[in-house]
Design a protein around this ligand. Structure first.
Ligand SMILES: *Cc1c(COP(=O)(O)O)cnc(C)c1O
Length: 341
């Protein structure tokens, strides 16, 4: 790919930008106040607008910007049954006049009515996407390939968006988001910006783009990813690849791998499984700032941040940016469990 400035990447224009940057003093109070809790700011990627928003709109803005330019007419992607990424892809396709086919795999050991039909699945159906549900990842990928070949045989021009939208363009989306919060923090006079950025991570594009973006804007922030899926070592391998490709596209050097900081100790019972730490984080964020975290990703990131504050790893003198990646519709797939795991 040729070296290009980030502004030269085509955008689909599907999100509400800039998303707000919000100072959260009530959350700080709820976590012990200035004597024991850092200053907390939240980047509201949950407010990216389209189809209830979330971090995938940021990635799809670039991925589908390129797809529209390339004359794609069907978009296919893959995710868990309650995939936020699939819901945001379905929403993006509608406003761009693209057909959307989703393969949803049963990756979480939940099969009750709420999980299978409410939350993101309800929205996928309302948005009109074609759904294919598979019992596991292997079966899902088989269905995906069959459908893709069938569509291509009909002469359709198909774009297969990878898991979580984590490819080079998706990663560049989070470079854009990082430039956005860096500008916003400068505009409100935050000298020195942030000491730490915390985000949920799974397929890696949000983290990779954030760490690359921090380097690009010259911020000294350490970027910590709280894994919702995947151990720290394999996440880091993916992140190195994503950062290298995106940095090459921009003609800059990627961040050194030793700067990657992924925590996998908050995965708890596994991907998509609630635990007491997540339920507590959901409640604290909701009751202090009316921030609605999600059960699968941002709830784990919130639990991770709370734990790092309580252990003293995040000092009261620091300024922390929590990237709220969205996912709120997933709350309705878990029902009462989000109140008490
Ligand atoms: C997909 C998702 C993430 C993880 O982002 P990646 O770029 O896939 O690592 C975090 N939070 C929410 C709500 C998500 O839907």
């Amino acid at each position: 790919m040729p070296v290009r400035a980030i502004d030269a990447v085509p955008r689909a224009g599907i999100g509400h930008w800039p998303t707000p940057l919000q100072r959260c003093d009530r959350l700080r109070e709820a976590l012990g106040g200035p004597g024991s809790c850092p200053e907390i700011w939240v980047k509201r990627e949950d407010c990216s607008g389209l189809g209830f928003g979330g971090n995938k709109v940021r990635k799809l803005d670039l991925i589908l910007g390129e797809a529209v330019r390339a004359g794609i007419d069907v978009v296919m992607t893959f995710g868990a049954v309650q995939s936020n990424h699939c819901r945001q892809t379905a929403a993006a396709c509608n406003v761009l006049g693209l057909q959307c086919e989703l393969v949803l795999a049963r990756l979480v050991p939940l099969d009750d009515d709420l999980y299978e039909h409410n939350g993101n699945v309800l929205l996928d159906r309302l948005l009109g996407a074609t759904l294919h549900v598979a019992d596991d990842a292997v079966a899902g990928l088989q269905i995906f390939e069959q459908r893709r070949l069938a569509l291509e045989a009909e002469g359709r021009r198909v774009l297969a968006v990878p898991f979580g939208g984590s490819d080079t363009l998706g990663t560049l989306g989070y470079v854009v988001a990082t430039e956005e919060w860096a500008d916003q923090s400068a505009a409100v006079g935050l000298a020195g910006g942030f000491d730490r950025v915390i985000t949920a991570t799974s397929t890696g594009g949000t983290y990779a783009g954030s760490l690359l973006g921090v380097k690009k804007v010259g911020s000294g922030a350490r970027v910590t990813g709280i894994s919702a899926y995947g151990d720290a070592a394999s996440s880091a391998t993916t992140i190195v690849e994503l950062m290298s490709a995106a940095a090459a596209d921009l003609g800059i050097a990627p961040p050194e791998p030793r700067l990657i900081d992924i925590r996998d100790e908050f995965i708890g019972g596994g991907y998509g499984i609630l635990d007491g730490g997540v339920v507590e984080a959901l409640r604290i964020f909701a009751r202090s700032e009316s921030l609605l975290l999600d059960p699968v990703y941002s709830g784990k990131a919130g639990a991770g941040m709370i734990s790092m504050i309580r252990s003293g790893e995040l000092a009261p003198t620091e300024r922390v940016l929590f990237v709220h990646t969205g996912g709120g519709p997933g709350l309705f797939a878990y029902g009462d469990a989000v109140l008490d795991a």
